[in-house]
Ligand binder design. Structure first.
Ligand code: GDP
Ligand code: IMO
Ligand code: MG
Length: 426
């Protein structure tokens, strides 16, 4: 019970921010372990809306919030986020701890991200343009600059110089503007000074918290189907965004997490390119987009929408050992006569029940649906299971049975109070 995590089990934007905020109240430490400024986690508190990119969603409860070693940190974005929170009365200083081992995002990462996407043309991934892929690429190529390296002047200057020279070569080749080493050095020297009070040995900190039986909550960004190893490669993000990233991304032992809470929308969305077997590229999909306000929290792009996909979700549950599900945005389906659940992918003559690795199968898959009756009743006021219409409970029970996973929470609106804690099976 004391060490838990929240992950998305679809393609991101499942409502992780809201669920983490709720669980943060009963946590001591909240830890982000992967991704970076590509994330956009929304928490609505009364009239105030917070969109968090790098800072864990536990910050609104003034919990100790850790940005782990597996995260890629863009200082410019981090300071903007801190300023926004402080302006809204949320104290960040004293609550935020950034790993000395985390890799830093530099302007050349963002420039390469954008120029690379332009070059890809119709094969583009549809990234957020936040420099995530190029920063992780540098990390694994061992060209990265970590937070701790910013404070070793000689090393920092030498590594930055080599990097800027190399990246400028690449940028020029891509037809993009090149960058100025001295300007970046000046800028990042100032960032390093401002960052100093937040830098910590978070590996020791989080392990100490676990050893002392503190309540630790890991917060994933993106979703399991965007995971670099287990997602729809290459239309994925550049980190392990399912629960498998926790150990390496926070420096904790595998197996320390007792509860894996998978967050799933009552339907499915995806931003950017890549296969999406249950996509509704029609008026019905547009209706879901409008009712669900399905526009990206980070980039404002319209999200693609579709029906619930058991095949993708089951894959996510297995690779991450999801023990319970939080189903969000049930209210968005309130007005539909019929709701569809995808039970398999028809590829050629076969019906696949396991999520395939190859893009061709995913792209040509015809979803096999089971139709269920809609409830045609508003659910936004539901606070207890009995408040939900019988057909809505039947839908949730169907998901539970099909996925072999308890639905422990149901969200019926963006606000904290618009949540039903089921207390077990539906
Ligand atoms: P995250 O990236 O997983 O944290 O999700 P996002 O914040 O990007 O997207 C989820 C959006 O849905 C946000 O605008 C939330 O405020 C909103 N939201 C969360 N839960 C619910 C819900 O149950 N119903 C409705 N209507 N909106 C919700
Ligand atoms: P949260 O944490 C939804 C998508 C991008 C693109 C792909 C790669 O809010 O759920 P990247 O910039 O990471 O290289 O882009 O991943 N993507 C997300 N989609 N929610 C997110 O985060 C995402 N972060 C990245 O749209 O398709
Ligand atoms: Mg989001």
């Amino acid at each position: 019970m004391s060490v838990r995590c929240v992950i998305g089990v679809q393609w991101g934007d499942e409502g992780k921010g809201k669920i983490v905020d709720l669980l943060a109240e009963e946590s001591d430490v909240v830890v982000r372990y992967q991704g970076g400024g590509n994330a956009g986690h929304t928490v609505v508190v009364g009239r105030e809306k917070f969109v968090l990119h790098l800072i864990p969603s536990g910050i609104l409860h003034r919990r100790a919030c850790v940005v782990g070693n597996g995260v890629v940190v863009d200082p410019e974005q981090l300071f903007a986020e801190m300023a926004d929170l402080e302006a809204k009365g949320v104290k960040v200083r004293g609550h935020l701890f950034i790993s000395d081992r985390a890799n830093v995002v530099f302007p050349y990462h963002k420039a390469i991200d954008r120029a690379g996407e332009m070059k890809r043309g119709i094969t583009k991934i549809g990234t957020t343009g936040r420099g995530i892929g190029p920063c992780y690429a540098d990390k694994y190529a061992r060209n990265g600059i970590r937070i701790v390296d910013l404070y070793d002047r000689e090393l920092f200057e030498a590594r930055l110089k080599v990097n800027v020279e190399e990246k400028n070569y690449l940028l020029a080749g891509l037809g993009a503007e090149t960058l100025n080493y001295a300007k970046i050095l000046r800028e990042y020297t100032a960032f390093a000074k401002r960052l100093k009070p937040f830098v910590a040995d978070t590996v020791t900190m989080v392990n100490d918290a676990i050893d002392h039986k503190k309540r630790v909550l890991f917060e994933a960004a993106q979703g399991a189907l965007l995971d670099i190893d287990h997602g729809t490669y290459p239309y994925v993000t550049s980190s392990n965004s399912d629960a498998t990233g926790i150990s390496s991304g926070a420096g904790v032992p595998p197996g320390c997490v007792r509860d894996v809470i998978g967050v799933a929308k009552a339907y499915t969305t995806r931003v950017g390119s890549g296969p999406f077997p249950t996509e509704l590229d029609n008026a019905l999909g547009e209706k879901i987009r409008q009712i669900g306000s399905e526009f990206g929290s980070t980039t404002g792009r319209p999200r693609r929408t579709g029906w619930f996909d058991l095949v993708g979700c089951r894959h996510a549950i297995r690779t991450s050992g999801v023990s319970e599900l939080a189903v969000t945005k049930l209210d968005v389906l309130d007005s539909f006569d019929t709701i569809r659940i995808c039970t398999g992918y028809k590829v050629g003559k076969k019906v696949l029940k396991d999520f395939p690795a190859d893009l061709r199968s995913l792209e040509t898959a015809k979803p096999v649906y089971r139709d269920v009756r809609g409830w045609k009743t508003p659910t936004v006021g539901a606070r207890k299971l009995v408040d939900l219409p019988a057909a809505a409970r039947a839908y949730l029970r169907d998901l539970e049975h099909s996925l072999g996973c308890v639905v422990s929470m149901v969200s019926v609106g963006p606000e904290r109070k618009q949540t039903v804690v089921t207390g077990g099976r539906i």
